[in-house]
Write a protein that binds this ligand. Sequence first.
Ligand SMILES: [Zn+2]
Ligand SMILES: [Zn+2]
Length: 391
Amino acid sequence: MHAVRLAYFLLRMIFSAGRGNQMRRKSCAERTINVLQTGVSGSTDRIFPRLVCLCIVLLLIGWSASFAAHDDLFDLKEVTDGVYIAQAQRAHILNSNAAVIMLDDGVLVVDTHSKPSAARALIQQIKAITDKPVRYVVDTHFHYDHFQGNGAYREAFPGVQVIASEPTRHGIVHRGIPRIKAELAGGEGFGRYIRSIEQSRLALAETSDPGEQERLKREIALEEGYLDELRNIGNVLPTISFERSLVLRRGDREVQILFLGRGHTDGDTLVFLPKERILCTGDLVHAWGPYMPDSHPYDWIQTLENVEKLDFHRIISGHGDVLQGKRQVTLWKHYLQDLMDQVGELYARGATVDQIRQDIDLSKHFSLIDRLEPGVDAHIRKAYREISWEP
Ligand SMILES: [Zn+2]
Ligand SMILES: [Zn+2]
């Protein structure tokens, strides 16, 4: 509401300026409200300023509403009747999007972000739009930013079932949970936040810039809070697993939970609504460039081919905004094919990974796929490991 008050104040200032010693007239905002209430307007020379005034007020109210939305971790937007994207806002510790799907007797949520507090925040937003309980959670894959909030759903909805493909359940047990433990132990790779907190403390001791001190303190608090959540993460294990597909029919809604092959991980799960023609893809395809460390690149190309055969017109993916049509699926497929082909050809001519990094040309994809370029070097190394016989 601050912005609305600011709008009112600004309008009074703008429209009273230049009046000199004129008699005090009603402010523009007051006059606009009068016009809205009575439907009676003054002479034509007064209509234009009133319209301008009304537009400014509406713009500022919209501006204030968008600020309110940014206080939330997620932008909850209806994609079609009863199907929502909970689009993750930019955060210091990455959160995935979720899809929120209304069923006749409950709610199904796809993916649970990087921590229980994020899942709890979304649960509050879900409670604001429905009284129905969350009955199902689907984990699309075993990465930290997609399943670590599972426990929050268990606490809030004790009857909830957590669904994952068999390989994703295996991935949570044998890689997801060990990675959480490594994070807490400060281990190689996944001990990143313990190392980051140590570095921030050293930097804090050295800097005298108040802005920098503030930033470092905020970062330390966020990272310590995250580690605390990991220490008390609760039970994150899926309760229902499936091999190829699992279909829920609830009232008018049919929800197909599908495994169409390996790709971003070995267990990527899709949630497909055939009637609404909406597909939830996790990170098998999302709005930015692919992330490849746990991927199976050749299978991925084939799996994307399988995805293209489904009849959908919108994608709710793991990261970024809703995707229209199949374009992103095709762009990722072409990129992965080109990456594997070029690395394969250069390797076959005897090139080392460093020579390949210099000679390869993937630049035609950069303008087509958002945020692709920063990841390309890691993609080349992954492709090289996949093709060569090197560890
Ligand atoms: Zn992700
Ligand atoms: Zn992922």
